[in-house]
Design a binder for this molecule. Structure first.
Ligand SMILES: *Cc1c(COP(=O)(O)O)cnc(C)c1O
Length: 384
């Protein structure tokens, strides 16, 4: 009998999601608006800003990509503008720059968090300014749930007066110096796609700093209709609002978010313990107590000189034979065929982690039995 697949990260329902969906059916709110959309926005707002001291607002959208797109639009990004973007990330961070005909400028990672390198960022900004163009925005990503170096990046953003779009798609539940990821940018992006820490099947949100910005975001996300009885438009709009059905799933998921974070962090600890005694495999940890990662995915780096020649690819293929999914890290954008013609500032850090890094199954729904299988398979694969 073939073994059941162990996924990298799969949806994990909490139990009350269907109640919210039934409410939507009972009241016939089968639309991209309704009580679940408003309720979900409030749930996120309370989670990210329980005291109301940050003054944030949340707009629920159809995807994290849509949230990135609407951020860039509201920052006035257009054709020929330059936008800085962390190179090591999922393509969704960079694609919306292209939707607007703007030009991405890619920045290397630093070793501690694998996120945007403050040094290379400043070098790039200075160079772009000296070439006659100040970048319009900085897209910084908390990869795999690990916060980027927030203080350093904020200082550069302030110094050069370039706003930050915080791509927190992978980092709901993470914090930096006790500040919640998802509130740390001028615009902050969340995703609820199927493999994220919580999911609405597909969905996202934009976190903004004022009610006016929320109104503007919702306006753009609902076809930019002017205030008139007929359909009148003075701006180009988008169909980016979250459905009331999906938002119902989101309401149920928000009830269990803390448990999901705890379970993912336990998976991380499982790997720390497992690899403790294995030479040549390093688990990627928080660099200091300032960083609290939701550990959406646990990342390891394999050094084949110390593993008796077992490479990252050897390990990945060996796990695949056991029906266990694992995946190399995001291939940096500056190495992607579609983006390689754009400027890149860096020193090969992202390239190196891409070569040796592997994401391991990290789902909150993995069982003791799954962990036994993982342990046996991994130890077996490393014994060559
Ligand atoms: C998932 C993800 C996105 C995009 O979110 P979608 O909801 O899938 O559009 C953006 N950036 C990062 C880093 C992601 O992981």
């Amino acid at each position: 009998m073939s073994k059941e697949k162990i996924w990298l990260s799969s949806p994990h329902m909490g139990g009350t999601e269907l109640k919210y969906i039934h409410d939507a059916f009972d009241q016939n709110w089968i639309a991209p608006l309704g009580p679940n959309v408003n309720g979900f926005e409030n749930d996120i707002k309370k989670y990210l800003d329980p005291e109301g001291s940050e003054g944030i607002e949340v707009a629920a959208l159809s995807s994290g990509t849509a949230a990135l797109h609407l951020s860039l639009i509201q920052l006035g990004v257009g054709p020929e503008d330059e936008v800085i973007c962390q190179s090591m990330t999922f393509a969704a961070s960079a694609n919306p720059i292209m939707y607007l005909g703007a030009k991405p400028i890619f920045i290397d990672s630093e070793r501690d968090t694998l996120n945007i390198c403050p040094e290379q960022l400043e070098i790039a900004i200075k160079d772009r300014i000296s070439k006659g163009k100040k970048p319009k925005a900085i897209i910084a990503v908390h990869l795999y749930g690990m916060p980027y170096k927030v203080d350093e990046i904020e200082a550069i953003s302030k110094k050069y007066e370039i706003p930050i779009i915080e791509d927190s798609a992978e980092a709901l539940g993470s914090t930096y110096k006790n500040r919640n990821c998802g509130t740390l940018g001028d615009y902050s992006v969340l995703s609820f796609n199927g493999n994220k820490i919580i999911t609405t099947s597909g969905g996202g949100a934009l976190v903004i700093k004022s009610f006016e910005q929320k109104q503007k975001t919702v306006f753009l996300a609902t076809q930019a209709r002017d205030d008139a009885p007929h359909y009148q438009h003075s701006e180009i709009g988008y169909n980016y609002r979250l459905s009331n059905i999906s938002a119902g799933i989101g309401r149920g998921q928000m009830e269990v978010l803390d448990k999901r974070v705890e379970a993912r962090r336990n998976m991380f600890q499982f790997y720390v313990n497992l690899f403790h005694t294995e030479a040549g495999v390093e688990v990627h940890e928080e660099p200091s107590d300032d960083f609290f990662s939701n550990h959406w995915l646990t990342v390891i780096e394999v050094n084949e000189e110390k593993t008796n020649g077992v490479s990252r690819e050897d390990l990945r293929k060996c796990l695949e034979e056991e029906n266990i999914e694992s995946r190399p890290l995001w291939k940096p954008m500056h190495m992607q065929p579609v983006f390689k013609r754009f400027p890149f500032y860096g020193k090969g850090v992202a390239e190196n982690i891409f070569k040796n890094g592997l994401c391991l199954p990290s789902g909150s729904n993995l069982t003791d039995n799954d962990r036994d299988r993982l342990k046996k398979a991994i130890l077996n694969c490393l014994k060559k």
